[in-house]
Design a protein around this ligand. Sequence first.
Ligand SMILES: *Cc1c(COP(=O)(O)O)cnc(C)c1O
Length: 366
Amino acid sequence: MSLTDLAPDYIRAIDPYVGGKPIAELARERGLDPAAIVKLASNENPLGMGARARAAVLAQVDGLARYTDDHAFELKAKLAAVHRVAASQIVLGNGSNDVLSVLGRTVLTPADSVVYSQYCFALYPLITRLAGARGIEVRAQEYGNDLPAMLKAIEPATKIVFIANPNNPTGTLARAGDIVEFMEDCPGNVLVVLDEAYIEFLPAEKRVDSLALLRRFPNLVVTRTFSKAHGMAGLRMGYALCAPELAELMNRVRQPFNVNALAQAAAIAALDDIEHLRATVQNNFAGLRQLSEAFGRLSLPYIQSYANFVTFHCGDARALNEFLLERGVIVRPLASYGMTDSLRVSIGTEAENARFIEVLAEAMGD
Ligand SMILES: *Cc1c(COP(=O)(O)O)cnc(C)c1O
């Protein structure tokens, strides 16, 4: 008997989540100067957190001996005003991963199934397996969510459909009209999670009005995060907007105090920092242009991206990744997503992108 046997089969079957390699780890492993390392692996904001959020964090430090407001009255009031929803429709999480996981723990049992796409965000199969539920992976269409096929894959046991839009790790975008149609055709007893982690990077005309859909469809759950465009990945803050009765259940399931005081204060400040958001989005558009121009020049095919990263095809991704790491450039290998011939690179500052392109060109013998 081994201690491992104590865990149910479905827990032992879980593959650990592998995140982007931290700068300090690469520096340690290869004896590199951390300051010379460029990390473009986790879709973080290359401009950092905004000045307003930073000031809010610092102002909060003296109060850290106290427990937070578990109901986050101020932050929820702010989010409710920004999104024109009721505070009772908001569930906060220690990152939106936490919210997704709370949803799984709230509704899933081993008798249920969950529908998601090939090349979907790694958390969806993980949350499914944590509950002992069955994952139904629907073949992607041109690396994106095949919404009609996902609709067809729904069975009586299905409780959740996960749709990331834009999708990570491929950067694809579903058309707004197709999402609306999906909601219209989806059975009302199936929860549809629209994961909008990258929504801020989309031009207005490409966005689906998910908040209007929320009013029409009580089975819709919209998730957002402060980790990407708001530059707060290390603080951990995300949330779901959904029907009040679902939010009420999820609030029973989440851990008390799951959003720390610094994250609450920073999020409130970040919502007012339009300048920082604008600079971030502008940098991203410029970076997407810079990278696609380089991929074109180096004849590397890539997936057109609507987010803050680009997935490109490069043959032996393992070898190229090793070449990049050796020279202090961290990108994201996608073998765990079944894409062994591709790498995902996050948009950095112009200089970081240029360094990545320089090493990439060297690898291509250019
Ligand atoms: C990064 C990301 C998240 C957000 O994760 P956090 O836990 O909020 O940091 C959620 N969904 C997708 C698709 C992502 O890429």
